[in-house]
Design a protein around this ligand. Structure first.
Ligand SMILES: O=C(O)CCC(=O)C(=O)O
Ligand SMILES: [Fe+2]
Length: 427
């Protein structure tokens, strides 16, 4: 199971530190007051240029085509928030929004039944940001529905695509259309190749998140800098988001490596302290790749969401991968088999031949990255675990010898680029 948030290298148990505090004070994460101070300082996000907001003022039809157009023009580099997008949340539904997706709105008991009472649930303790695995759905359902809680606990890593609930969920069509892993499995010939070699799709597409009031998820970047769709069916959450500028990423890396990370409010280490987004029932939020974010739960909340790699963001996925390596993020918190999929994405483009600039750029990014990785493997005479892992990630049964494949790929990039450049010049 892939967990969505990295455990820290050193952990501080706030509960133990604050022995003198009474129980309910101990349950307030020390960063929540800072979060609230920031939230108060933001009057409204409705005319904030940093996000694209489709709300109740939008009074013509808003379809998949409109959303796809926004993604194409912004290259998914800004958060997109569509309020009242889910017809299954009638209180807020905006009849003008006609997006293709299905996110059922049930109570916790029904979700539990459709997931399976015995299913194991990774539960995060808000105070320590640590995950415990001694939970199943039934125990969680009882915890979530009770009036009082011993600790503030959060579920953000429960992937449900294989459950009955999963089969009722349709990921937003627009997300499916840009999800590059899905594209590989949608190509009949390529899918056959993958399945013959027992390479299953990574299970990151459908999560249910369940958070009681006062949950707090500290600043992080989602694994491999994946983009996220996030639709709240119940409750109220607030996000603070920071764009992946060079300065912010540098500060983020330093903060991740800092001994006092848990005590340090990340925005205090950067110049620009981010934007606030309120997420309410029926909203659909698309979070761009590599954005740094923290989340505060204001009311008991249930969310369906998922992660995806996409061609617009391949450079960011690669940057995130390097950042995860530099900050020693363990495998269980990383995109499953990312390196293997990088080779496969390169091979897919090699066979398919990119048909537009977006695909050509994505192809170039991934091949350049693999050139560097493979050079590193070849030049390293150490037999360390890391090198063995890099070698093991190569799907040799599919691509053959990695260096030979890279030679072909490099040559084909030069061949591909010219006709596409010509086409662009003509238009
Ligand atoms: O809703 C939350 O508490 C965290 C959401 C999030 O950013 C994640 O799961 O990656
Ligand atoms: Fe996240």
């Amino acid at each position: 199971m892939t967990l969505r948030r990295s455990n820290r290298a050193t952990r501080i148990d706030y509960a133990a530190l604050n022995e003198s505090h009474i129980i309910h004070e101990r349950n307030v994460h020390p960063h929540i007051p800072e979060f609230q101070k920031f939230a108060k300082s933001q009057i409204s996000n409705s005319n904030n240029n940093d996000i694209i907001l489709i709300d109740e003022n939008y009074n013509t039809k808003f379809t998949d085509d409109n959303l796809a157009k926004i993604i194409e023009t912004t290259k998914l580099s800004k958060p997109i928030l569509i309020r009242g997008a889910n017809p299954q949340v009638p209180e807020t539904y905006n009849e003008n929004i006609k997006l293709n997706f299905n996110i059922p709105n049930y109570n916790i008991e029904k979700y539990t039944q459709l997931i399976g009472s015995n299913v194991k649930v990774p539960v995060m303790d808000t105070m320590t940001q640590n995950n415990s695995r001694n939970w199943d759905m039934l125990k969680w359902c009882n915890y979530f529905s009770s009036e009082t809680h011993d600790k503030i606990r959060n579920v953000i890593s429960l992937e449900i695509s294989q459950t009955k609930l999963g089969s009722q969920i349709n990921v937003p069509r627009v997300v499916e259309n840009i999800d590059i892993i899905r594209e590989l499995y949608n190509d009949p010939k390529f899918a056959k190749l993958l399945l013959e070699n027992e390479i299953d799709p990574p299970k990151v597409q459908k999560y249910i998140l369940m958070s009681v009031r006062n949950c707090f998820t500290d600043f992080h970047i989602d694994f491999a800098g994946t983009s996220v769709y996030y639709s709240l069916v119940k409750g109220h959450k607030q996000f603070i988001l920071l764009p992946p500028t060079n300065d912010n990423l540098r500060a983020y890396k330093a903060w991740c490596l800092s001994d006092i990370q848990q005590h340090l409010w990340f925005p205090s280490t950067v110049k620009n302290n981010g934007i606030l987004i309120d997420v309410k029932p029926g909203d659909l939020l698309l979070l761009p790749s590599l954005w740094i974010h923290a989340v505060h739960t204001l009311d008991d909340s249930i969310i369906i969401g998922g992660n995806f790699l996409n061609a617009h963001s391949l450079d960011n996925h690669i940057r995130a991968h390097k950042l995860e390596t530099e900050t020693c993020v363990p495998d269980q918190f990383r995109f499953p088999n990312l390196l293997r999929f990088m080779w496969l994405i390169a091979y897919y483009y090699y066979l398919k031949k990119p048909t537009n600039e977006l695909e050509l750029n994505a192809y170039k990014s991934v091949v350049n990255f693999l050139n560097d990785e493979w050079l590193f493997v070849k030049n390293s005479n150490l037999k360390r675990g890391a090198i063995t892992k890099l070698k093991a990630a190569v799907p040799r049964n599919i691509i053959g010898d990695p260096q030979e494949f890279l030679n072909l790929a490099n040559a084909s990039i030069d061949d591909e680029a010219e006709p596409i450049r010509k086409k662009i010049r003509k238009n």
